[in-house]
Design a protein around this ligand. Structure first.
Ligand SMILES: [Fe+2]
Ligand SMILES: [Fe+2]
Length: 216
């Protein structure tokens, strides 16, 4: 099996990790990082160092805000929409410090910061690298972990959550590769949600056998 992290990226992950233990950002970041590596295989012309570093550091700023506000900062009806932009600015600040400490070149730092600054609020991509980070970040939402988290945060059942992903998130993906991966993940999550729903309905259906067994 391919190692989750490239050796080159381990120091960046160690710098990011202390900032990621809120709203499941550690798992989100690792899953998105691995999705970004899959996207990069199909985009060999993209700068993988810029993409993967931006990915590891893009959400480090969330930890600067009270934990009870974080789940209500995103989604269809956010209570604190201003945190979308605020967490990008905090991430920029923390990421810049971390990359300077790690001795990265100024040019690389500037390219990575340009991606982090606007990763959620800027609708269009500045470059191929920016588009791949945006897509890997959003693709996490289509995974089992992502759907579970969104169900918790938005208090919506899996079927509704998956439908929302298909209608609102899928069209926002930037690359054709990202959209194909999202469709594949969606096939699995939509089927799982449909099955869970069908089993729940069957469990509630009146049953003569169950009635006799339970002595009713
Ligand atoms: Fe973010
Ligand atoms: Fe993110």
């Amino acid at each position: 099996m391919t190692d989750l992290l490239l050796k080159r990226d381990e120091p960046i992950w160690r710098a990011a990790m202390p900032w990621l233990d809120v709203r499941s950002n550690d798992e989100h970041t690792l899953i998105s990082y691995r999705l970004a590596r899959a996207l990069l295989r199909l985009h060999p012309d993209a700068d993988g160092f810029v993409v993967l570093t931006a990915l590891l550091l893009h959400d480090v700023g969330w930890k600067m805000f009270p934990e009870d506000k974080l789940a209500a900062a995103v989604g269809p009806r956010p209570k604190y929409p201003e945190l979308q932009r605020a967490h990008e600015l905090e991430s920029v600040c923390i990421a810049r410090e971390a990359m300077e400490r790690l001795g990265f070149e100024r040019g690389a730092i500037d390219r990575i910061i340009a991606i982090i600054d606007g990763h959620d609020t800027r609708p269009s991509a500045l470059s191929l690298e920016d588009g791949l980070v945006k897509d890997a970040d959003k693709l996490w939402r289509f995974t089992a972990h992502g759907v579970d988290k969104l169900c918790d945060w938005f208090e919506t059942p899996p079927k509704e959550t998956v439908a929302m992903l298909e209608s609102f998130v899928l069209p926002k993906l930037v690359t054709a590769t990202g959209r194909t991966m999202a469709q594949a993940l969606l096939a699995e999550r939509a089927s799982a949600a449909w099955m869970a729903d069908a089993l729940e309905r069957a469990r509630r259906r009146p049953s003569c056998v169950r009635k006799q067994r339970d002595g009713a």
